[in-house]
Ligand binder design. Structure first.
Ligand SMILES: [Mg+2]
Length: 148
């Protein structure tokens, strides 16, 4: 079973950074770099690593910023990967897809058992597998693990 996570608004508090939108429009990576975690990263890392040991594949599918230049998209991609290394150092992701804004996330599905955690309703609706909002992320992960 494969489990994918969105980043911004799902476990990264990008929107908690003051003037995040203006900075993104000015192609500044600061909000991506300085964003705080939305959930406890120690608990999250432990949960992900345990699920990996039990045979789950884990991945990130995250967009670059809207109307971004190619050059900014490259910087954002690097900044997001750095964020993951900094805050979830012990986690070995099977996939990290940082893709252009608006890329359909369901393009990365293999089959209907694939799970997505995403704060955006349209991504959850378009996902052909099982998609969850970000509330109770730890409880949901535990339930997925138990039911597999
Ligand atoms: Mg999001």
């Amino acid at each position: 079973m494969r489990i994918f996570f969105d980043m911004d608004g799902t476990f990264v508090n990008l929107y908690g950074i003051e003037n995040w939108l203006e900075d993104l429009q000015e192609e500044n990576v600061r909000p991506y770099r300085d964003a705080k975690p939305l959930i406890n990263m120690n608990v999250f890392a432990r949960r992900l690593n345990e699920m990996k040991r039990h045979g789950f594949e884990i991945g990130v599918i995250s967009w670059t910023s809207k109307n971004s230049s190619e050059e900014y998209a490259e910087r954002v991609t690097k900044t997001k990967k750095d964020w993951l290394n900094k805050h979830l150092k012990s986690v070995e992701w099977d996939t990290i897809k940082i893709v252009p804004y608006g890329t359909p996330k369901e393009n990365f599905m293999k089959d209907e058992t694939d799970v997505l955690f995403d704060d955006e309703e349209r991504n959850r609706k378009n996902w052909k597998g099982i998609a969850y909002d970000v509330n109770e992320i730890f409880t949901t992960l535990k339930e997925i693990e138990k039911s597999a």
